[in-house]
Design a protein around this ligand. Structure first.
Ligand code: SF4
Length: 622
């Protein structure tokens, strides 16, 4: 019996750690020049559902001289066994200790996984601080949506990859090859990496704060480091992964996934993804249909998710859905479309989906009143929402899941009452259509001000305010037909602090981890006391980051990361929100000069058309 076998029979779900899954790739270690270990720093079941990581895994392994393997955060029972025996964390494919790899890469998609990054490095016996890792340790990199504000993790990560991984991967791998070939020491290699657009090496920058403790400036200390880091944007989506690793155990998204488009043009003002993944890039219909066929034969899936930030915006989505069902009739396909807008576009789509096997329907009105939906630029009239819900019930759905957000900017108690009234009306539609009570699940989240959005300057509401709103909502809902879930406002406060944090938060993350915090995104593991102590011992306040309203001209800790969307546009949008003014969807209507017209030809053309249509000087340059 190997040591791993001896551990595995003592832990829950050993298949989380065995590897060897269908389509996993095990290359010859000795014949590959560069070895990279990739992770989404959460439990296997969560990490295996991350499409971004699956894309990068396939992309790196397509290089004959480079291998990519995977690892995830061991659950506490596994961690206890590993620590008790002194067994270092290993990759799933070759079971080699992570310390033997050249590079360790984390995909950071949720701020509450940060302590897991530290914990996995520590379990791998790699120093958590970048400054303590000498040339004998792997380089540690991170990408994903969170790194658009990289500062809170700057103490732990050697370099960040900002933007679409597919766009930068080849240049990055070439620099790593070059580094290995010439045996560059870590410091020299990092300076070379810093010259690549989209790569941010935090140790090459100096951060200043003013006498009031406000962030003042971040400046490069070497010529290779650029004052601004530009987000890399892939103009045409590369082919989707069609041989992803198929897990042996049930994972969060247990189905094939195809990204049908990247980006979103609606411009919802609270939404970070909508801003940082601009512009919209669609995958051609035929490529999607063909990819489904390949996924059926390579993975055996019969359920597929057509992923996108807003699936029903995909041009002719109803046609696409029909074509998929027609092409793969015999396979008894199930299609799920996450993130549907609850508007008239969805009604047509519901007709296409209704004739086939169905999954649950999820809609995100986000706010209860038309006024507040106007503020967040998701101005769907109530009639349209009710019409969509009625269509869903008429087409046979017996329940709906609805997402709302509490604490949105300018929200009043009337807006909260409007949520209850809207949900109850939707319930009535269900009763009318089906003759009995529908099952409605309302999922409430708390507004978190996110960097690079028009609401990055907004303070998150206090816990007292949020609890009062939650109580009001609970009282107003028809309990028998509605199941309500809400995430702990303390968790949202931490998410807001990490989202808008500066480099000083590294101390807090480190201290919280030392106090025992891991898996902070899991309610049963979240330990508010640890975090309270960690902030206090670091001389910082979570409310300084989460619940303060910075002035519009205050320097922001993430402003050196240039997403392409300008601060001027975000300020304009914030102002329009306060005036309850909508901004059109730039895919179907005019360009709003978000800033990407400076970088991308299709945007430039659209912007040019706008300028030609406008009287002179009526637009600011973005
Ligand atoms: S530049 Fe114009 S068209 Fe391009 S993403 Fe921005 S608003 Fe849309």
């Amino acid at each position: 019996m190997t040591e791993l076998d001896d551990i595995l029979y003592r832990v829950t779900k050993p298949a989380r750690y065995t590897g060897g899954e269908w389509n996993s790739i095990l290359k010859d270690w000795d014949k590959t020049a560069i070895r990279i270990a990739l992770s989404y720093p959460d439990l296997y079941e969560v990490g295996m559902s991350n499409l971004g990581l699956s894309i990068i895994y396939g992309l790196i392994n397509a290089q004959p001289d480079i291998l990519a393997e995977r690892f995830y955060a061991p659950w506490p029972d596994m961690e206890a066994q590993m620590r008790a025996r002194g067994s270092p964390l290993f990759s799933l494919e070759s079971k080699r200790p992570l310390k033997n790899f050249d590079v360790i890469g984390f995909s950071l998609g949720y701020e509450l996984t940060y302590t897991n990054v530290l914990n996995t490095l520590d379990l791998a016996r790699i120093p958590v601080f970048a400054s303590e890792r000498n040339d004998s340790f792997p380089l540690v990199m991170a990408g994903g949506s969170c790194v658009l504000n990289p500062e809170p993790m700057a103490d732990f990560i050697d370099f960040f990859v900002i933007g679409d991984g597919e766009e930068i991967a080849l240049e990055l791998l070439e620099t790593l090859r070059d580094g290995k070939r010439h045996g560059y020491p870590k410091k020299e290699l990092l300076r070379k990496l810093a010259t690549l657009p989209g790569i941010y090496v935090p140790s090459l920058y100096h951060v200043e704060y003013d006498s009031h403790g406000l962030f003042k400036d971040i400046t490069p200390m070497v010529t290779e480091a650029s004052p601004g880091i530009t987000r890399r944007i892939v103009s045409k989506l590369p082919p989707p992964p069609t041989r992803p690793v198929v897990p042996y155990i049930e994972v969060v998204h247990d189905r094939g996934a195809i990204e049908i488009q990247r980006g979103c043009s609606h411009g919802c003002r609270f939404c970070q993804a909508g801003n940082i993944y601009r512009p919209v890039r669609e995958r051609p219909q035929e490529e999607i249909i063909q990819a489904i066929g390949e996924l059926i034969s390579s993975c055996g899936y019969n359920e597929f998710s057509l992923t996108s930030l807003s699936s029903c915006d995909y041009p002719h989505i109803d046609e696409l859905v029909e074509s998929i069902f027609q092409r793969y009739q015999s396979d008894k396909l199930i299609l799920s479309l996450p993130s549907l807008r609850i508007d008239s576009f969805s009604v047509r789509l519901l007709k296409s989906l209704a004739a086939h096997k169905r999954t649950g329907l999820t809609f995100a009105p986000e706010a209860g009143s038309e006024r507040l939906r106007q503020v967040i630029n998701k101005a769907i009239p109530e009639d349209e929402i009710l019409e969509t819900a009625a269509a869903a019930f008429a087409h046979g759905w017996t329940g709906l899941k609805l997402y709302f957000m509490l604490g949105l900017p300018t929200e009043t108690m009337d807006d909260v009452v409007a949520i209850t009234s809207l949900v109850n009306k939707i319930g009535d539609q269900g009763r009318k259509a089906r003759g009995r009570r529908p099952q409605i699940r309302v999922s409430l989240s708390t507004f978190v001000p996110k960097p690079h959005t028009p609401f990055q300057w907004v303070a998150q509401e206090s816990e007292t305010q949020l609890v009062a709103k939650h109580d009001l909502l609970k009282q107003g809902l028809h309990r028998k037909q509605v199941r309500l879930s809400w995430n702990d406002p303390k968790v949202s406060q931490l998410e807001a602090a990490m989202s808008r944090g500066d480099r000083r938060l590294g101390k807090v993350i480190h201290r919280a981890w030392k106090l025992g915090s891991t898996f902070d995104g899991w309610s049963e593991h979240f330990n508010h006391e640890n975090w309270r102590h960690a902030f206090k011992e670091s001389g910082l306040e979570p409310d300084f980051y989460a619940r303060r309203e910075p002035s519009l001209d205050e320097p922001l800790p993430w402003a050196h990361v240039d997403t392409g969307v300008t601060q001027a546009f975000l300020k304009r949008e914030y102002q329009r929100a306060l005036e309850s003014k909508g901004t059109p969807d730039c895919r179907y209507e005019q360009c709003s000069s978000c800033g990407l017209q400076r970088w991308l030809t299709p945007c430039r053309q659209k912007h040019q058309a706008l300028i030609s249509d406008q009287p002179e000087n009526s637009l600011s340059p973005g």
